[in-house]
Design a protein around this ligand. Sequence first.
Ligand code: HAM
Length: 424
Amino acid sequence: MIKAVRGTRDLLPPDTALWNFVEAAVRDVFRAYNFQEIRTPIFEETALFSRSVGEETDIVSKEMYTWEDRGRAASDKGQSLTLRPENTAGVVRAYIEHKMWDRGLNKLYYIGPQFRRERPQKGRYRQFYQIGAEAIGPPSAGSESPARDAEILEMLATLLDRLGITDWNLELNSVGSPGDRARFNEALRKALEPVKDKMCGDCQRRAVTNPLRVFDCKVPGDQPIIEKLPRISQFLGDDSREHFAAVQQILTTVGVPFSINSRLVRGLDYYTRTAFEFTHGALGAQNAILGGGRYDGLSEALGGPSAPGIGFAIGEDRLVMSIKETAESVLRKPDVYIAPLGTGTNAPAARLARELRQHDAVVELGDESFRLKKSFETATKAGAKYILIVGENEVKADAFALKNLTSGEQISVARGELAEKIQG
Ligand code: HAM
């Protein structure tokens, strides 16, 4: 028996209706903030991710699905390709490739699968889905302004509230400018020098190559050491400090609550200045429902012009998990189950179904071979509001028995009045 690959899964009804509900709701919110959809390929050149997310990150060093794509002919060059582990790198590549700075500030969003070879557990998959957005453009378009950071964060608060997730926490930090970070990395390197031998193998390597990444360590034994390391907040220059203060001031004014977490550095190398995560208690160990931040130097790192940006990605799998209990009621059940009864009634039943669907009713259609009892059972199981009986007598009279499956009330309704009765 061939099964779905470890860490991947099928999404089945009725859950798919929840996914569609979530996606429709977020598209509405994106529309209100004037974000437009971008779709980039599911695989890219491997170098895109090592140059953006960063060679030393867990994502690039351990979790990517990478393969050598051989040329079709001996003369074609092979290339290293990777299933995207995230979508920001692809968006910035597209920004550069299509010279999107001509459009001023680009406000883009995406919804789609991402791939990371992580240890699967509840809320963590190897193919998972992100709903993300990026605001990116030349500095002259205001892309660096703290107003953009605050608008993105306020949009996220609105979005989560709209979906009925109200008990979220916004954790905020500034990871500084590239200059601030270089000084921080130097200080970390010094602080780690005398203690690194007591740490895990990964941290011993990170301590030398990219000390900031020590904060990603999950090994319990290393935590007391990490707890005593310097914090980035002590290394912020005036510019970063002012920018961060301005973001906080707007958030306070618009009424978006947040807390400062000076240990939050995010697991990707491209971040500068504002970095954030929204967490949700109900999710358990994998409680980060979304993460994001600024990446003011990313375009340059990929060979493009200066294009400061800020964005986020929501883990859609986790988002759906969070609303599962509350949102079940939004799922639309059939308005009516049409039960043809006896030979020759399939055709008139189909005609009725067509008419009612043209009036936007959700219609489930049975089969004339079903006994009445079986039709009732099927209608009840489908959660239909009404059952409509289409027997020979009803067809002759052009009026049909309509029974409300909740109240038990049954009436005879003429064809022309059915849609109104059922929809009303
Ligand atoms: P990230 O923190 O790596 O950021 O991922 C964002 C969110 O994706 C996480 O908070 C989590 O909800 C979800 N996620 C990540 N890995 C998994 C997994 N294995 N299974 C299920 N959900 C997962 C980024 O990807 C950045 N590109 C976000 C960003 C956009 N920053 C700026 N712009």
